[in-house]
Design a protein around this ligand. Structure first.
Ligand code: GUN
Ligand code: FE
Length: 435
């Protein structure tokens, strides 16, 4: 009867450990018991060790396929699925023209519910099993997202109280009351989410932050994405009492209580050394969204190249996100490709696929405080993995080579990344099984 308890999966395994190390098993066996990883070992060794337990019904050979941990997408807007591929000029224009009108539609509960059902199903099919997500301002849309998200996500309704279209403007009081209510209802799955300093005044950020900190909730917002945005922020805050002398975007968030070890700042492209020091000191994380920041010709917003080396030198923690719909595709494979490609084109060394995989899996789990049970194939973690077939003719030599062989061929047909995954497994249960 012992065999009933085990499941065995055979494939080519990639196990991200850190920025420069990823375990590679060209023929590996993953042993799962009660949804937990019991072992990952070379297939030949596994056969010897587990031959008594392995049966036809509890053993699955994925064939010539890569098996790796499910992704953590640490910054995406589920309500922007319909603007991903809309024309992009610059951040603030794109928000006004396409994004805000799209988010307004989520006021209608049946619409939001229908969209959430299909969006989160699609997200699971691309291999994303966790992360941090932005919803619209509407309570009902947040509820739909909380109901249909498959995996470990923190999700927040964006708070918009100023410099916003009237249909998306809430009073400060309404935003704070709703925050209190949602923290009570969802606990630490709720993520306190002022959209950015342009739309949310300091009193909402500081009072809401206090509530979030008390409940150990995460906090997320956008920071230093484009120069025009930074100029606008500083021009607004120069007129706000108490903020007249503030010198940087980061200081505004610091003064508003937004920074800390459970704070996720989207983008952070244009940061001074002084700002990096503040982020390090407060243990705030930056979420890098390469496909969103990419040049307009590559379907991004042209926000600039993120200097990961400068961040690492300043010891600021970071992970990767898609920023859907600033980013055009759901798949974290496209995000990884963009990171490697943009740095390569600029002659920046060290942006490897191995690093991109770590920053798209374990690094996200670490930031969310989930790495004890998720993020890679360490023993006793949850069996959270994805399966991605590789062309039979491709024989990978190591982890870097395997990811390159998988990702490079689709660089000119990027929508294909969204359908590369054939299985997504969460805690030992397949939440997606494709062809
Ligand atoms: N800054 C404020 N809102 C947004 C948004 O929806 N997307 C991006 N990329 N940046 C923002
Ligand atoms: Fe964003």
């Amino acid at each position: 009867m012992a065999s009933q308890k085990y499941f065995f999966y055979k494939g080519i395994f990639l196990n991200p450990l850190d920025d420069s190390n990823c375990e590679f098993l060209s023929e590996g066996l993953l042993v799962v018991k009660k949804g937990k990883i019991k072992n990952l070992l070379p297939y030949a060794k596994g056969l010897k060790k587990y031959s008594q337990e392995m049966t036809k019904s509890n053993t699955k050979d994925f064939g010539h396929a890569l098996v790796m941990p499910g992704f953590f997408d640490m910054h995406f807007h589920w309500v922007q699925d319909d603007v991903r591929e809309m024309p992009k000029d610059s951040l603030l224009e794109w928000l006004e023209k396409y994004t805000f009108p799209t988010e307004m539609k989520y006021a209608k509960a049946p619409y939001a519910e229908k969209k959430a059902k299909t969006f989160f199903k699609k997200l699971a099919s691309t291999g994303t099993i966790g992360g941090a997500c932005y919803s619209s301002i509407h309570e009902n849309a947040l509820h739909s997202a909380m109901t249909h998200a498959k995996g470990e996500f923190v999700i927040g309704n964006v708070l918009m109280n100023m410099n916003s279209p009237k249909e998306l403007t809430q009073t400060n009081d309404a935003s704070l009351k709703l925050t209190q209510k949602l923290i009570k209802k969802y606990g630490d799955r709720h993520c306190f989410t002022p959209r950015f300093a342009i739309t949310t005044p300091p009193e909402v950020m500081s009072k809401g932050s206090e509530m979030a900190d008390k409940a150990k909730c995460f906090k997320q917002t956008h920071l230093s994405e484009t120069p025009a945005e930074i100029d606008f922020v500083l021009s607004i805050y120069k007129k706000i009492p108490g903020f007249e002398k503030v010198q940087s975007y980061t200081e505004i968030y610091e003064k508003s209580g937004m920074l800390g070890k459970r704070s996720l700042m989207g983008h952070g492209i244009h940061l001074s050394d002084k700002e990096l020091k503040i982020l390090h000191k407060t243990k705030t994380s930056i979420i890098h969204c390469p496909t969103s920041n990419a040049p307009i010709k590559d379907k991004g917003l042209g926000s600039g190249l993120f200097d990961f080396k400068k961040l690492e030198k300043a010891k600021v923690s970071w992970a990767m996100g898609s920023d859907i719909g600033g980013g055009p595709f759901l798949s974290m494979f496209d995000v990884m490709r963009s990171y490697v490609d943009q740095n390569k084109k600029k002659g920046v060394k060290g942006a490897t696929f191995v690093k991109a995989l770590y920053r798209s899996t374990l690094a996200g789990a670490e930031i969310l405080g989930l790495s004890k049970h998720s993020g890679n194939f360490a023993k006793n973690k949850d069996a959270n993995f994805i399966v991605v077939p590789l062309k039979a003719s491709l024989k990978p030599k190591n982890a870097e080579d395997a990811l390159k062989k998988l990702i490079d061929p689709f660089a000119r047909s990027r929508q294909n990344y969204d359908s590369l995954v054939t299985h997504t497994c969460l805690k030992g249960t397949f939440i997606y099984k494709g062809k």
